[in-house]
Ligand binder design. Structure first.
Ligand code: AMP
Length: 108
């Protein structure tokens, strides 16, 4: 269990921008840019490297949801999608998520 399960189960509040049976997207509590949204699967996969063959549709769906959210909020000029994997990859919440970050300068 991570804090994201509590968001999925509506035990703690989040600013949810999208939800379906497989995924949920909400604003990051500590945004690194004017737009910083997390897209997560409802099924807990702890890290991308532990995804199973059967998870391939779920992972594809997350990227699709990211595009739906980006369109919904009008990100016409692009955005960055990031997955931090593992401690040395900067991951702090071990429930797979895609960061959708936009409306800031990226130096790399
Ligand atoms: P990562 O460091 O890639 O594992 O990303 C975890 C992200 O979850 C960070 O950007 C946190 O700010 C964010 N986060 C942690 N707790 C919450 C929460 N309760 N609601 C929204 N975002 C959160």
């Amino acid at each position: 269990m991570t804090i994201f399960d509590k968001i999925i189960n509506k035990e703690i509040p989040a600013n949810i921008v999208y939800e379906d049976d497989v995924a949920i997207a909400f604003h990051d509590i500590a945004p690194q840019a004017p737009t910083h949204i997390l897209v997560i699967p409802k099924k807990r996969i702890d890290q991308i490297e532990n995804m199973k063959e059967e998870d391939k549709p779920v992972i594809g769906h997350l990227f699709h949801v990211a595009t739906v959210v980006a369109k919904k909020i009008g990100l016409e000029n692009g955005y960055r999608l990031i997955i931090n994997n593992g401690v040395e990859g900067g991951q702090t919440v071990f429930h797979l998520h895609i960061h959708l970050i936009a409306e800031r300068e990226f130096s790399w």
